[in-house]
Write a protein that binds this ligand. Sequence first.
Ligand SMILES: [Zn+2]
Length: 443
Amino acid sequence: MKYFLVTLSFLFSSLLIGQTNQQIYDIIDAVSSERIKKNIQILANFGTRNTFSDTISETRGIGAARRWIKSEFETISKKCSHCLEVFYQKDFVTKAGNRRVPHDAWVVNVVAIQKGNKYPNRYIIMSGDIDSRASNTMDFTTDAPGANDNASGMAGTIETARVLSQYKFESSIVYVGLSGEEQGLFGGAGLAKYAKDKAWDIIGVLNNDMIGNIKGVDGVIDNRTFRIFSEPVPANETERQRKLRRFYGGEVDGISRQLARYIHKTVKTYMPEMNPMMVYRLDRFGRGGHHRPFNDLGFAGVRIMEAHENYTQQHQDIREENGIKYGDVIEHVNFNYTKKLTAVNGINLASLAWAPPAPKEVAIGGVVEPSAKFKWNKVDGAKGYKIYWRDTTSPTWDNSRYVGDVSEFTLNGIVIDNYFFGISAVGENGFESTVVFPNKVMR
Ligand SMILES: [Zn+2]
């Protein structure tokens, strides 16, 4: 009888895990490169989507573009019995005090929220950008199709909303088109502040900016590799936290970095044909993106992006010079690659939105002892916890042990000095939270 029960429960849990796997593969398969192509074409056809361009025309400028994006989200919502809450979130920016603002204007984001049924106030955010730019960022009339930068990210966000709207999640998912990226990350700053004011518990931001180019200016053609940029530690950490890090570690283990590792692992598991490349920096060298304003307020956020950029095809007026064709036109976008990176977002949003919250408090001990010890707070909805560790020089959580539904554990024979450690929560359905680096020391 006991054997029978053990076998039965084993069978049951493998069935559950089998089922979760299947949903993830279904999400990957449901992403359509045809729809992505169509949506990028429509966005590019608005002529320019410069944040300061025409807002009245039905066919040209950022006004027409955002109305179309909103109507796309609304159409998706109608097909899932109104599962999306769609609205504009906007802030006014003025020419005064802003070098790259040609005139006062509203910076308008289009937001679609799919509310979670268990943790409605926990949010995982996927963003793309509505806006585009010509060679001169102040020029709001010249054609700037921005097919890759960043109609690709915007089209991927709309497509992900369409695919995931067919499922129900425990946490909320936000799909958003942000504006004002090119002139100072205004839209991201606006939504980050909005989220903070509403006390959103943000799991993380997946900012997609340029997810369609496979032919690099370096001559490399690569439709498998993509980058995940993440800052090392929160930008708003306190001086005390900075000082403690010197003694207890964590220089490469901030919350955004854990999100990057989560994405890396999910992709390695479900899309083994792809090469996720974690880049240990906030963004490209000296350049910016819309995850940063969220990082500024202490939220986890990463940038997902192609591995090989082509600078003649971004931020350039359409023209030909010395045989080189400049301009961010649709001919350069690889829709199948955008589809893959869209699926990368879809499976990570789903995995996180189906997972329980991570423990908030994780304490570690074991100084001058042969074993590392842990204590953490239990979280609602977890069936158990997993302890992770890795060599201090490794970028990924290479070792793990599932320890069941307990709130403390000792890893016998594992010396605290020689590894970095972290803990995640695992749900009944097998989905897992991000890993939490210890934030307390037990003496
Ligand atoms: Zn750009």
